[in-house]
Design a protein around this ligand. Structure first.
Ligand SMILES: NC(=O)c1ccc[n+]([C@@H]2O[C@H](COP(=O)([O-])OP(=O)(O)OC[C@H]3O[C@@H](n4cnc5c(N)ncnc54)[C@H](OP(=O)(O)O)[C@@H]3O)[C@@H](O)[C@H]2O)c1
Length: 247
């Protein structure tokens, strides 16, 4: 049985992904940043369904903490799965910010950069010694890299950078048979950026060919596929999971 690390697994898309992949028989190391209770309840849900999960604290904007995180992951692998290697990494943790380009502060810009591009880069680099041959990396990006959406310029630019980085990961890690893909959600019903109000949701649904916003499960199923044997020949791709958003 393989084990996957999912950052930001305490709620939203990350929590749903944790539950889905545990159902497929994979072990889950999920991370939280500020909310240990939410992470513990995801672990409970997985264990009540017969799976195995562990929650660890991680701030993806704190590169200085990554070595210690790798040691914690190695310890959790040994203690809970009698294992030394990981079979996948999902770079999912993130936060949103709505602010017009003219008003974005340097601190807001740096905060988004650290979480959405620098963090995934160095976390992946730090965890590489633990990743097994044939492991799968999935990076969460955003449909805002394709559809310019007023108010999210730095967020979208860093997610676009993460899509480019994904192809470089695939290129340079292919010799270890490690795959890397990006999953690019449209609007999904989570608490990101304060969540959706009715008016915003109706507007987004009207811009979506399938006529609704997405649920975390819509994205989790695709991430789970990319982590499993079904996705074994998919590599270096950005897969938009958005129900046909702004087409
Ligand atoms: N929802 C959407 O419409 C949408 C669309 C496109 C892309 N995405 C992307 O999908 C991913 C997941 O989003 P979501 O909607 O599921 O978000 P969410 O419901 O707001 O959950 C965010 C998760 O990330 C964690 N997190 C936030 N900042 C962190 C940090 N600095 N270090 C470590 N963990 C941190 C949170 O942990 P704590 O709660 O413990 O702090 C939480 O587990 C993000 O990368 C987001 O950009 C989402």
């Amino acid at each position: 049985m393989g084990v996957i690390v999912i950052t930001g697994g305490s709620r939203g898309i990350g929590a749903s992904t944790a539950v889905h992949i545990a159902k497929k028989g994979l072990g889950v190391i999920l991370t939280y940043n500020t909310n240990p209770q939410a992470a513990a309840s995801v672990v409970d849900r997985i264990e009540q369904a017969g799976g195995k999960a562990v929650a660890l604290k991680l701030d993806v904007s704190d590169v200085g903490g990554f070595e210690a995180f790798r040691a914690s992951v190695a310890g959790a692998l040994l203690e809970n799965w009698d294992a030394t290697q990981l079979n996948g990494l999902v770079n999912n943790a993130g936060h949103g910010l709505f602010n017009p380009l003219t008003a974005v502060s340097e601190a807001q810009f740096d905060g988004l950069f650290n979480v959405h591009l620098k963090g995934p880069f160095f976390l992946t680099q730090t965890l590489l010694p633990l990743l097994a041959e044939g492991a799968s990396i999935v990076n969460l990006t955003s449909a805002t890299t394709r559809v310019a959406t007023a108010g999210v310029a730095p967020y979208a630019a860093f997610k676009g950078g993460l899509e480019v980085l994904t192809r470089y990961m695939a290129k340079e890690l292919g010799e270890r048979r490690i795959r890397a893909n990006a999953v690019s959600p449209g609007a999904i019903r989570t608490e990101l950026g304060g969540g959706l109000n009715d008016e915003f949701e109706a507007m987004l649904a009207a811009q979506t060919a399938l006529g609704r916003v997405g649920e975390p499960e819509d994205v989790a199923r695709v991430i789970a596929m990319l982590l499993s044997e079904e996705g074994a020949w998919i590599n270096a791709q950005t897969i938009e999971v958005a129900g046909g958003y702004n087409i």
